[in-house]
Write a protein that binds this ligand. Sequence first.
Ligand code: PBG
Ligand code: ZN
Length: 327
Amino acid sequence: MIYDFLHRPRRLRMNARIRDMVRETHLRLDDLIYPMFVTYKKGAKTPIASMPNCFQWGIDRIAEECRRIEDLGIPAVILFGIPEQKDAEGTQAYAEDGIIPQAIHAIKKACATLVVMTDVCLCEYTSHGHCGVLKGECILNDESVELLCKEALAHARAGSDVIAPSDMMDGRVEAIRETLDEEGFEYTPILAYSVKYASGYYGPFRDAAESAPAFGDRRSHQMDPPNRLEALRQAELDDAAGADILMVKPALPYLDILRDLRNELNVPLAAYNVSGEYSMVKAAAEKGWIDERRVVMENLIAIKRAGADMILTYHAPDVAIWLQENG
Ligand code: PBG
Ligand code: ZN
């Protein structure tokens, strides 16, 4: 029996050159942002047990690592600080000579073109590990926003290229924009963690950043995982408040949300391939149960296909090497 099929999609899958020609989505070096942890501990390159190949870097060592990142062709890093002292108001978060300002100075001296983004939140700096100031067990919104504005300003003054608030307090994008503008930083962009879910996937990060809450959880400000329309509403609010880039976080369990935002909004979108997503891949790869390179590239292309313009990922240095080796 000889068939006469008109449509044979396999025609365009028969060899690598043709597959390349019809490929719809690409992952580029320019899409990557590498998250890094800075500690006050001198000379530190402290491994993070739950995140293989990630480290807490001492202020005196982070610049050399950033040089390596820049040399790999990765355009940007985002910094998280681990201060020496924590207190109820997170004072070190907005100290002008705090850990992040010091790290920015060191990195800017060593790296000519690297984009240095800084995470703005209080949970790494408060003794109780919450993202704002407390009254009893309640996180006070407006009082916390005031401190976040001071933190954003301290980062901008030190030379941060992009301010990235991750706290999820109401009104913080508007307030930070106003503060930056008043102080002459009207050209410093804001990357807003707009759609940040209360997720179990942040577990390893809280070890890395030493920011686990002492009691309770983050459900009073981070989003409830079952909600989809609320994500769009939250994103629209941040867009209207002047955020330059909006983020969805985590990435892989929320690809539907990324696609919703892509379809509805005309702003650049970032996705955070978070610590738990990273650790799961690393753990399975260590056991020899998956092919790490293949799975990482598949995960990241899925995030781009869903609509992300850029991806924050701990895999960035590996991916940079793989991309240079061609795919
Ligand atoms: C701080 C912050 C968190 C992450 C980024 N910024 C943790 C949290 O909200 O508890 C998570 C990043 C990751 O898991 O890789 N607010
Ligand atoms: Zn926080």
